[in-house]
Design a protein around this ligand. Structure first.
Ligand code: PEP
Length: 249
C-alpha cells in the first residue's frame, strides 16, 4: 500500500500569532486516518512551528527553497537553512511559483537536486492551465513538466519524491477536477513513470491531488485508486476543515 499524505500549503498567510492559534487548533483535532499530515507555514514561522509540533505527528515543511547552497541570492533560503530549523521536506514547482516568480523547468530540476543532495524530501507540483485542458493538451503538458523536473533522477532518489498534480484552473478557484478527471490524470502519470523507470517506482510513488479540495469533496477524490492524498491550500487554514480532509481516507 502506498503512503497516504495530506499536506497543507499555508502560502503567504498567518503571522506568528495567527500561526500559534492555528497550530493550537490543529493539536486539538482528532486524527482517525493513517494519512501522514504536513503543514507548510511561511519561512519566518518554520522554526516556531517545528518546535510547537515536534512531539506530534504533524510534519512542518517548506513552501519553496533556492537551489544554491549559499551566497549572493538576496531574499532566498537554502536547503541547509531549512534543515537547520527542522525542515526535511520542501514543496517545489507550485504553480504560483511558476507563474508569479518565473520558475522554469531548468530551475526546478536544480532545486530538486539541491533538496535531494541535502537529504530532503520533495513534494513536486505540476499541472496544466485551463487552455491546455480545453485544447486537449493537458496530458502532454503534465508529461513534459514531470519529465523536465524529475526524470533526470536515478531510481534510488525516488523514495524522497512525492508528486502533486494540481490543475492550475482548480487552484483557489473553487473549481475542482472531478474525481474521474483526477483519477485519469493520476493513472496517466503512473503510466509515464512506468515507461521510464522500473515498475516499483510507479507503484510506490505517492501522487497527491491539489485544487480546491474541501471536506465535502475529499472523500470521493481520495477514494480513487491512484489518488494518494491531497495538497490543500484554502481549506488548510481552518483546523477542522483540514482534519476533516485528513480523516476523509
Ligand atoms: C494549492 O495552492 O496548492 C491549492 C491546492 O490551493 P486550494 O486548495 O486553495 O485550491
Amino acid at each position: 500500500m502506498r503512503r497516504q499524505i495530506v499536506a497543507g500549503n499555508w502560502k503567504m498567510n498567518n503571522n506568528l500569532t495567527e500561526t500559534d492559534i492555528l497550530i493550537a487548533d490543529l493539536k486539538r483535532q482528532n486524527k482517525t486516518s493513517n494519512a501522514e499530515v504536513k503543514i507548510a507555514p511561511t519561512y519566518t514561522n518554520l522554526w516556531h512551528a517545528y518546535q510547537a509540533l515536534r512531539l506530534t505527528e504533524i510534519e512542518v515543511i517548506a513552501q519553496n527553497m533556492h537551489f544554491a547552497e549559499k551566497g549572493a541570492y538576496t531574499g532566498e533560503v537554502s536547503a541547509d537553512m531549512l534543515q537547520s530549523v527542522g525542515v526535511k521536506t520542501v514543496i517545489l514547482g507550485h504553480s504560483e511559483r511558476r507563474a508569479y516568480f518565473n520558475e522554469t523547468a531548468e530551475m526546478l530540476a536544480k532545486k530538486v537536486d539541491a533538496a535531494l543532495d541535502n537529504d530532503m524530501n520533495v513534494i513536486f507540483c505540476f499541472g496544466e492551465e485551463l487552455d491546455d485542458r480545453k485544447s486537449g493538451n493537458h496530458q502532454q503538458v503534465v508529461e513534459s513538466q514531470i519529465r523536465n523536473g524529475l526524470f533526470h533522477l536515478e531510481e534510488d532518489k525516488w523514495d524522497s519524491i512525492v508528486m502533486a498534480y494540481e490543475p492550475v484552473w482548480a487552484i483557489g478557484t473553487g473549481e475542482t477536477a472531478t474525481p474521474e478527471q483526477a483519477q485519469e490524470m493520476h493513472a496517466f502519470i503512473r503510466s509515464v513513470l512506468q515507461s521510464a523507470y522500473k515498475p516499483g517506482i510507479a507503484e510506490k510513488t505517492p501522487i497527491l491531488y491539489g485544487g480546491s479540495v474541501k471536506p465535502g469533496n475529499a472523500e470521493e477524490i481520495f477514494s480513487k485508486p491512484d489518488v494518494d492524498g491531497g495538497l490543500i491550500g484554502g481549506a488548510a487554514l481552518k483546523a477542522e476543515d483540514f482534519f476533516a480532509i485528513v480523516n476523509a481516507f
